[in-house]
Design a protein around this ligand. Sequence first.
Ligand SMILES: [Mg+2]
Length: 177
Amino acid sequence: MTDRPLLMLDVDGPIAPFDRFFRPWGYRTHRVPSQTWRQRQLDKGVTDPKPLRVWLNPAHGPSLLALPYDLVWATAWQAEADEHLAPLLGLPQLPYVSWESMHHKDPDGLHWKTRQLVCWADQRPFVWVDDEIGPQDAEWIAANHPGEALTMKIDHRSGLRPEHFARLTAWAGELGR
Ligand SMILES: [Mg+2]
């Protein structure tokens, strides 16, 4: 199985769309008791924070599992993605990137995940799905990752859509040809 590419999955945006008034079609509303979220709210002075509202599409779990990829959480949710989101999506417990540092400024203007993802991939081919990827990230990955890589910037308001799944399938099929 190790010749399968990795699919590095951001949560907020691609899996859990946000920043829109109406819930997207096909999604369900969940209240997730994330400890990280709760602490952040407490730090902001919110006295009795509600669980985090998250929109998830239950079709995404089976669709992701059907892809010829090894799935990896690449999200600030870290272990909480497995704890809270995987069961709601119908996903098994997945490996996740345990970040050395999050939300830091990068000296070259890269996203804070970029260098750590390339390190984590350890030369394996990968696709990175995220709503915050910039052109500089794609360029840096092309120059510094010895394997094949694809970045897919997803609109944070609409999340992963059928055309993204089609592209992921096509890209994996072209690998090594
Ligand atoms: Mg995101």
